[in-house]
Ligand binder design. Structure first.
Ligand SMILES: Nc1ncnc2c1ncn2[C@@H]1O[C@H](COP(=O)(O)OP(=O)(O)OP(=O)(O)O)[C@@H](O)[C@H]1O
Ligand SMILES: [Mg+2]
Length: 268
């Protein structure tokens, strides 16, 4: 299989700043046809990482945002009626299996139970996708890779992966980037200068320290990028922080007041 880095793809890959050895782990999994699971909080760079790796490896990428109504048929495909004819239409997973593409199942724990059943024969060394409706049994084309992600932080015991599913994936934990990584990411993504990004990142880390006490989730890198983008566009700093880094975190007035005190502590 063409596991070597596709340099043409690498040049056009979406910007991703590595935090540790995630690129080499992903590459090794790809080279050995192993599926990958990314765990981590919202907005910490999982989707960007997969987009970056797909471009680097020169593979098409099919992303599916999983939700509680998502069924196996949504992934595999279904018969559709078209002008009096019944046509089989491949779903994104089937397309990826046929083409040797990367299929990224975002928030896989949200999907219905029948979805995990479909994933099992694809995520062990058989690498097959049985399509009951057509009687086909597809063998995955070399280059096909299954990547899934989920956020373990929502603390929903019912919504976690069964051991028999999770033990089929090479897994990596993503966390919010350390300041020395987050500052250049936010500078690059927003175009705001480093001097003005630094205090935003400092504030983000103070807000993250409150996770579990007053806040369900810490402020994401995505939101820091939003705040920096609004500031670069000319919005006053406090207004941008309220809109992009405080309001999205909580609806509770007292909590909000506490968070605003933190803003004053950082920005004076
Ligand atoms: N290491 C990184 N390199 C480049 N950009 C990053 C990085 N980490 C975070 N970002 C920025 O953060 C934004 C949000 O990241 P992304 O959409 O990948 O989050 P996610 O982990 O997929 O979140 P969710 O679980 O909500 O889907 C990106 O659009 C990008 O601007
Ligand atoms: Mg994502």
């Amino acid at each position: 299989m063409d596991g070597s880095l596709n340099l043409k793809g690498a040049a056009n890959a979406p910007f991703y700043l590595p935090q540790a050895d995630e690129i080499s782990v992903f590459q090794a999994a790809y080279d050995n046809q192993l599926p990958v699971l990314l765990k981590g909080p919202t907005g910490c760079g999982k989707t960007r990482f997969v987009a970056h790796m797909a471009a680097k490896l020169g593979r098409p990428l099919y992303t599916v945002a999983c939700h509680d109504d998502l069924s196996a048929a949504d992934l595999i495909g279904r018969y559709l009626l078209k002008g009096g004819e019944t046509l089989w239409v491949d779903g994104p997973l089937t397309r990826a299996v046929r083409e040797g593409a990367i299929c990224y199942l975002d928030e896989v724990v949200e999907a219905r139970k029948d979805v995990t059943v479909v994933l099992h024969p694809l995520t062990d060394d058989r690498r097959i996708l049985p399509i009951d409706r057509t009687g086909e049994e597809l063998e995955a084309t070399p280059g096909f890779m299954l990547v899934a992600s989920y956020n373990p932080g929502y603390q929903n015991i019912l919504k976690t992966l069964k051991p028999s599913t999770r033990q089929r994936f090479v897994s990596m934990e993503f966390t919010f980037p350390k300041p020395e990584h987050e500052i250049p990411v936010v500078v690059r993504e927003s175009g705001l200068d480093e001097a003005r990004v630094k205090p935003l990142v400092r504030l983000a880390n103070k807000l993250r320290d409150l996770k579990g006490q007053d806040l369900e989730e810490g402020v994401s890198t995505r939101l820091v990028v939003y705040a920096a983008t609004l500031i670069r566009q000319g919005m006053p700093v406090e207004r941008a922080i309220l809109a992009a880094m405080i309001e999205p975190l909580t609806d509770d007035r007292d909590t909000k007041r506490g968070l605003l005190d933190l803003v004053t502590a950082v920005f004076g």
